[in-house]
Design a protein around this ligand. Structure first.
Ligand code: FMN
Length: 158
C-alpha cells in the first residue's frame, strides 16, 4: 500500500521554481508540511525525477502556493505534465506576479503564497526532503476551502 493512501488528506500546493536561465516552472505537491511558527519554515518532499528538482539544485528558492478547491484542474495539469517541454503556467491558465524576495514568481490565483529559500535538502528513499525558510508571504484570501489530496487521482473536498 502506498504511503499516500495511508497518510491523508494532505493539502495541495503549487510549487514554483526557476532555472538558472530564469525560466520558471510549476509543479503540484502534496507531500507538504508546516515545520515552524516563528520563523516560519515549510517542508516538502520532491522526487529527483521532477524537472523542478533540477531548478531547485540550480536556484535554491521556491514559492509555495496553496490550492483552494476551485484549483483542482490546475493542480492536475501541473501535477501530470513536465515543465521540461511545456509551459504549464499557460496550459493551466495560471497568473503569476513577481515575488518580493525570491526569483521564482508567486501564483495570483492562490489564496496564500509563501516565498521560500532552501535551508536544507536531503535524500530520503525515493524523494528529497526540502526545508524552506519563509522570507515573505502573500495573503489574498483568509477564508477558503483547501484542495485535499489522497493518492493518484483521488482528491477530497471539504
Ligand atoms: C495532487 C498531486 C500531488 C503531488 N505531490 C507531489 C509531491 O509532493 N512531490 C513530488 O515530487 N511530486 C508530486 N506530484 C507529482 C508532480 O507534480 C508531477 O510529477 C509533475 O509533473 C512534476 O512536474 P515537473 O517535471 O515540471 O517538475 C504530485 C502530483 C499531483 C497531481
Amino acid at each position: 500500500m502506498r504511503i499516500s493512501e495511508q497518510i491523508f488528506p494532505r493539502v495541495v500546493a503549487l510549487v514554483v521554481t526557476i532555472s538558472k536561465e530564469n525560466k520558471p516552472n510549476v509543479m503540484t505537491a502534496s507531500f507538504l508540511m508546516p515545520v515552524s511558527f516563528e520563523p516560519k519554515f515549510i517542508a516538502f518532499a520532491i522526487s529527483p525525477q521532477r524537472y523542478s528538482f533540477k531548478n531547485l539544485q540550480e536556484v535554491g528558492e521556491f514559492t509555495v502556493n496553496i490550492c483552494k478547491s476551485e484549483m483542482k484542474e490546475q493542480a492536475i495539469i501541473c501535477g501530470s505534465l513536465s515543465g521540461k517541454d511545456k509551459n504549464k503556467f499557460e496550459l493551466a491558465k495560471l497568473e503569476v506576479e513577481n515575488s518580493k524576495k525570491v526569483k521564482p514568481p508567486v501564483v495570483k490565483n492562490s489564496p496564500i503564497s509563501f516565498e521560500c529559500k532552501v535551508e536544507f535538502m536531503k535524500e530520503f528513499g525515493d524523494h528529497f526532503l526540502i526545508v524552506g525558510r519563509v522570507v515573505e508571504e502573500h495573503i489574498r484570501e483568509k477564508e477558503f476551502k483547501p484542495l485535499l489530496h489522497k493518492s493518484g487521482s483521488s482528491y477530497l473536498l471539504l
